[in-house]
Write a protein that binds this ligand. Sequence first.
Ligand code: UD1
Length: 431
Amino acid sequence: MDRIAIEGGSPLFGDIPISGAKNSAIKLMAASLLTSEPVRLTNMPRLADTRLLGRLLARFGTQISESDGPDGQQTVLHTPEITSSFAPYELVRQMRASFNVLGPLLARTGHAKVSLPGGCTIGARPVDLHLKALEALGAHIDMHEGYVFAQAPRGLKGAEIEFPFVSVGATEHALMAAVLAHGTTVMKNCACEPEIADLAECLNAMGAKVSGQGTTTIVVEGVTSLHGADWSVICDRIEAGTYAVAGAMAGGEVRLTRVRPELIAILLDKLVEAGCEVERGADTVTIRRKDAKIRPVDLTTDVYPGFATDLQAQFMALMTLADGESVIRETIFENRFMHVPELSRLGADIRVTGNEARVHGVTELRGAQVMATDLRASACLVIAGLAARGETIVNRVYHLDRGFENLEGKLSACGANIRRLKGDSPIMEEE
Ligand code: UD1
């Protein structure tokens, strides 16, 4: 398995271009199943997760072509006919979000058999809300042997759906199913993440009638069919936030390009509180920390526009070197502090009680061997390694490859001393 070696201590100076959002790209790919015409996605990140979903879609009859076009990396997905509506365990277990093919398959063909994604390293993460939403739309759902069998032979029907709590995946899943339902669907207590608006707007470009995206109530007027479209994937706010924190941690001056600063507004505010200078341009953000000490900052993760749970681990890495104590609360996922023991191996002083971590800043981190446990935790270990004295080796970096495009290239272009040590092929695990 590949590893990443980082020799800490070099400040970062330079530009980091931000890729298209993984969490949007994979939903847009799934949405392409809803039409028999080609969907061209530009600003596409090339990641292990997008490749994996591509393999799954190919089983359903999707023809996929990737190229570098005038608008950057693009992927054209074309499913003239759904040749199979079966999503096997081996593929779904490797990426939870691939469960979201269920809705589009069901909406287009009236039936689907999709494996349950199973548990994962950051908590139980059930899919009950997804299934209840599909049932509300008239699907008949059965479960056996780890598979969901869904049927709606006469099509889905518009309905009122009120989510008992906010779920990104369930909001997107219900949305993708509702666009081809007969009649109007009103979804309440929806997630407002920008990737949901990206999906809704792409669906509208395909001929859907969705309104209210970006708010807690989304209304979908069902249409009988969708057509092809061209869509540019929204920038990856989690990747942007990760490099912003990396810049703060290593010191120096990093300019993020191809970014929408408003999508990481709360994180940028926290970096200012922590002692960084932040300049927001139209599609750039500059993060500067010269000699200033890192100040301790408390945070609580929340649904958008609150502090993203996917940036919690990275910010905690920064706080390990703060001049005092910070309190970090995780409210979205149980068990999302698995990076804590790994940060401790680098010399961090962190106490966890329930969903709260108290981080006592230390004067230095020291390089060590550490293990990536999930996607965002891996990024936090790289960030810590950038500032640690000596060499940090991050093991199991296939997690990073799921969500960060060319991480070593982007950081080393800014002066980081980081390189990939090639190993055997990875054994993928569900996250
Ligand atoms: C998505 C993101 C992930 C991010 C998360 C929260 C993708 C591919 N992943 O994950 O990076 O960390 O949003 O911003 O877009 N839950 C249930 N039942 C359900 C669905 C969810 O109990 O049917 C719970 C989950 O266990 C979790 C909480 O709801 O505790 C929020 O999960 P959700 O918003 O659905 O996250 P994902 O869509 O899985």
